[in-house]
Each structure stands twice: as structure tokens, then as C-alpha cells.
Design a protein around this ligand. Structure first.
Ligand SMILES: Cc1cc2nc3c(=O)[nH]c(=O)nc-3n(C[C@H](O)[C@H](O)[C@H](O)COP(=O)(O)OP(=O)(O)OC[C@H]3O[C@@H](n4cnc5c(N)ncnc54)[C@H](O)[C@@H]3O)c2cc1C
Length: 404
């Protein structure tokens, strides 16, 4: 094993770092080339600084990709016990918070430290300020800074340049030019796990948080999520909106419908009973104990009614419709800096099940640069690690065969 070759890893994010650790442990001489001044910068931002590493419930339904069958095979590259053993081997103990797997330290910075210290102990070479711009056929890498070089005799190159979301204010292209230079294509990319802007003026309800069942209507279908909705002056956000933003490939003609009575098992029955109970109240009093006051006033006005109207004299059917089908026209979303994820990227059809490029042999594509996006809840860091396992297993198997 000690005679294993060199591996170049482009990109020191979660997927590149984990691949480097797995391969260095297998005896490879690994170098990470990172264009920023430090590796793992994005990890610091994850899970609101707590780093939601994975989830107790992992299956392909939590991911979106144009090639779902291949996605299932890619996810099979790492079992749950391999994930757990890997984190344990880094000294990271995990805990389960409402299904999400977090480090017990609840600190993203402690995850980066555990990764960095392990890299150091494995003698993984880290070159920062190294922006890769192309890969030659002999697997040597060309960097923007011509003083930086990478070996031409590498056994494999791992491209783990990530997506455009999060920390990148400048140079949003990342590794995409490099990938295009290899003959890869790029499915439409857009920011996701972010807020959605709406045409409606929501100033009156800005700051309100409430439970809602949301239906996003797009040309590709209707997608549903339930959870805590946050209303801002010109946008909606919160976990269910973040999840739905993954389906907003195009923004035109998209609407979001909210059902604010989703907390009731029999909303119609409960509503009718309430009408009987409070027939003499003003509308603004009708919702006391049910809805946020500002939200109630907003919904009353959106139904063409006045807060001072008396329940028995109002068109309560119309109000019910607004309460259960309140529609918002979507006309924008958060930008990459505000988003947690980039959707789109290199199609899975251009890589093997073990993520080897079908355009250039011995080059592996990992993590967010692929057209696979996971839901909120640890699914994207899980995919980053899973893709590292895919490349590690393929390279190590080939290396083991060559050793014989
Ligand atoms: C605010 C925020 C919160 C998040 N929270 C969570 C969470 O809690 N749980 C979860 O599962 N996911 C979360 N995510 C998503 C998750 O962080 C990413 O999906 C994951 O980190 C992607 O890992 P990666 O290795 O593919 O890419 P990245 O982490 O983006 O790493 C890519 C690296 O490559 C470098 N690079 C790029 N181009 C080049 C080049 N040409 N040459 C050399 N280096 C290059 C970059 O500088 C970067 O360091 C969050 C994202 C954000 C932005």
C-alpha cells in the first residue's frame, strides 16, 4: 500500500477534504489545491454555525436530479454505518436533533478543526491560493498562478469545486470553466434553499411566523411542504419555502399557495363551528387564539372585508377560501450569496456510478458541482461525503488491482 501514487484534489470543501482523508488513509500521496486562502470556509456557515452533517433518514426521495436511477446508485456508494464510522474516526461524535445529525459540539468550526488536524496527521499537502483553470490530458493541472504546479503523473484527479452558493462574492464560475474545458456540460444553475420574492406587498405582515401548508405551482408540477412560514416585506422564507425553492428552475408563472388552517384536522368543520360560536363578533376578533393578529387582519383585507365587519353579516366562504388558498405570485429569489445551495450543474449522465468523468478517465467529479440537490436537513453535506466515498472506493479498488 505504501507504493500508492499521487492524487490531486481541486477544491478544499467538504467533498474534497473527505476524499483526501480517505485516500491518504489508503496510502496515496494527496495534495489539495484550494483557490481561497483557507480550506473548508463554507463548512463554517453550515447549519447556522452548527453544521448539520447528515440526517437519520437518507434516501433518494430527499434529493432532486434529472437522473434519479443513477442518483440511487451513487448514494449506495456509502452506507450509513460507513458514514458513522468515518465521523467517529475523525473524533467527531454526533447527536440527533429532530432527525438532523450534528456534531455534539454543535460547532461547525470544531468539524473543520477535526478535518484539518486529520489532514495534517495524514501528511496531506494543502496548497492555497491555487485556482485551477484547466486539466491537461496527462492529468497535470494549470493554475491561474503559473508558479503553482501539480504533478503530471497523478494517478487520479478529483474535482470538488462546489457550487456558487454561499461564500463566493466574486468569481462565481468556480470550476465550471475547467469542467467545460474537459467537454462537460452544465445543466441550468440557480440559487436554492433561499427565500422567494413575491409580487404582493407584505409590509403589514412582515416578521410574522406561522404554520402553513404550502403548494408551489410550476410548469413542472405542484410541490408541497408544510412547516413554519416566515413573512417578510416583499418575500416569504422559512424551511418549507427553502425546500420549495429547489423546484423554481424558472421563475415566470410560478405561484405559491398557503393554507393557514393546516393545523386543524377538520378545518371546514372547525371553521363553521367557530362561525356559530362567534357570529356576533367583529372579524378581527374571530381569529383570536387561532391566527397571528397581523396575519388575520391581512387575510381579512385580502378577502375584500373589513376587520370591523360582523361575522354573521360577512361572506365567510370567501374568507375561508383566502385562509386556505392564499396565493402569492413569485417574481424572484435570494441570490447565490443568500442561498445555501446551487441547483443544476454537471449532469450525472456525464459521470459513472463512482463519479468518474466519462469525458476524461481517472478524473472524478464530487459534491455540489454535480446536478444533484438535497433538501435542507443535512442532505447536501451527506452527499458531499457520499461522493468522496464513491471516488475513494473506485480509485482504491483500481490501485489495489494494480498492486497485485
Ligand atoms: C449558508 C450555508 C449553510 C449550509 N448549511 C448546510 C447544512 O447545515 N447541511 C448541509 O448538508 N448542507 C449545508 N449547506 C450546503 C453545503 O455546505 C454544500 O452543499 C457542501 O458544503 C458542498 O461541498 P463541496 O465540497 O461540494 O463544495 P464547497 O464546499 O463549495 O467547496 C468547494 C471548494 O472548492 C474551491 N474551489 C472552487 N473553484 C476552485 C478552483 N477552480 N480551483 C481550486 N479551488 C476551487 C472553493 O473555494 C471551495 O473551497 C449550506 C450551505 C451554505 C452556503
Amino acid at each position: 500500500m505504501s507504493g500508492r501514487g499521487k492524487i490531486s484534489v481541486i477544491g478544499g470543501g467538504m467533498s474534497g477534504i473527505c476524499a483526501a482523508i480517505l485516500l491518504a488513509r489508503a496510502g496515496y500521496k494527496v495534495t489539495i489545491y484550494e483557490r481561497q486562502d483557507r480550506i473548508g470556509k463554507k463548512i463554517l456557515l453550515t447549519g447556522n454555525g452548527r453544521c448539520n452533517l447528515s440526517n437519520e433518514d437518507i434516501n433518494s426521495s430527499f434529493y432532486q436530479s434529472p437522473d434519479n436511477e443513477k442518483l440511487k446508485r451513487v448514494l449506495d456508494n456509502m452506507s450509513i454505518s460507513e458514514r458513522d464510522v468515518f465521523y467517529k474516526s475523525l473524533g467527531i461524535s454526533t447527536c440527533n436533533i429532530r432527525g438532523g445529525i450534528y456534531p455534539v459540539s454543535r460547532q461547525a468550526s470544531s468539524v473543520i478543526d477535526a478535518l484539518r488536524f486529520t489532514l495534517r496527521e495524514l501528511n496531506v499537502n494543502i496548497v492555497t491560493g491555487a485556482k485551477a483553470i484547466s486539466i491537461r490530458k496527462d492529468l497535470s493541472i494549470v493554475f491561474e498562478d503559473r508558479n503553482i504546479t501539480a504533478p503530471a503523473d497523478a494517478e487520479a484527479v478529483i474535482i470538488a469545486c462546489g457550487g456558487k452558493a454561499g461564500v463566493y462574492s466574486e468569481d462565481k464560475e468556480n470550476g465550471f470553466k475547467l469542467l467545460e474545458g474537459m467537454g462537460h456540460s452544465l445543466n441550468l444553475t440557480y440559487p436554492a434553499l433561499t427565500h422567494l420574492k413575491c409580487e404582493e406587498d407584505l409590509k403589514a405582515v412582515a416578521g410574522v411566523r406561522c404554520d402553513a401548508a404550502l403548494s408551489l405551482k410550476t410548469d413542472e408540477g405542484t410541490f408541497r411542504e408544510t412547516g413554519e412560514l416566515q413573512l417578510n416585506k416583499d418575500s416569504v422564507s422559512g424551511i418549507p419555502v427553502f425546500q420549495l425553492s429547489r423546484y423554481c428552475r424558472e421563475l415566470s408563472g410560478i405561484s405559491l399557495e398557503a393554507d393557514f388552517l393546516c393545523f386543524l384536522s377538520d378545518p371546514r368543520g372547525a371553521y363553521d363551528t367557530r362561525i356559530q360560536m362567534y357570529a356576533g363578533r367583529q372579524l378581527e376578533e374571530f381569529f383570536a387564539g387561532w391566527l397571528n393578529k397581523k396575519l388575520a387582519q391581512y387575510l381579512i383585507k385580502r378577502s375584500g372585508l373589513r376587520p370591523s365587519d360582523i361575522v354573521r353579516e360577512c361572506d365567510m366562504k370567501k374568507l375561508y377560501r383566502t385562509l386556505t388558498h392564499c396565493s402569492f405570485k413569485i417574481n424572484g429569489r435570494g441570490n447565490y450569496r443568500e442561498a445555501q445551495l446551487m441547483c443544476g450543474g454537471v449532469p450525472l449522465s456525464e459521470v459513472s456510478d463512482s463519479l468518474e468523468s466519462l469525458r476524461m478517465k481517472r478524473v472524478y467529479l464530487l459534491g455540489e458541482l454535480l446536478d444533484v440537490n438535497g433538501a435542507c436537513g443535512g442532505y447536501n453535506l451527506h452527499f458531499a461525503l457520499c461522493s468522496a466515498f464513491a471516488a475513494y472506493k473506485a480509485i482504491n479498488t483500481k490501485g489495489a488491482a494494480a498492486d497485485v
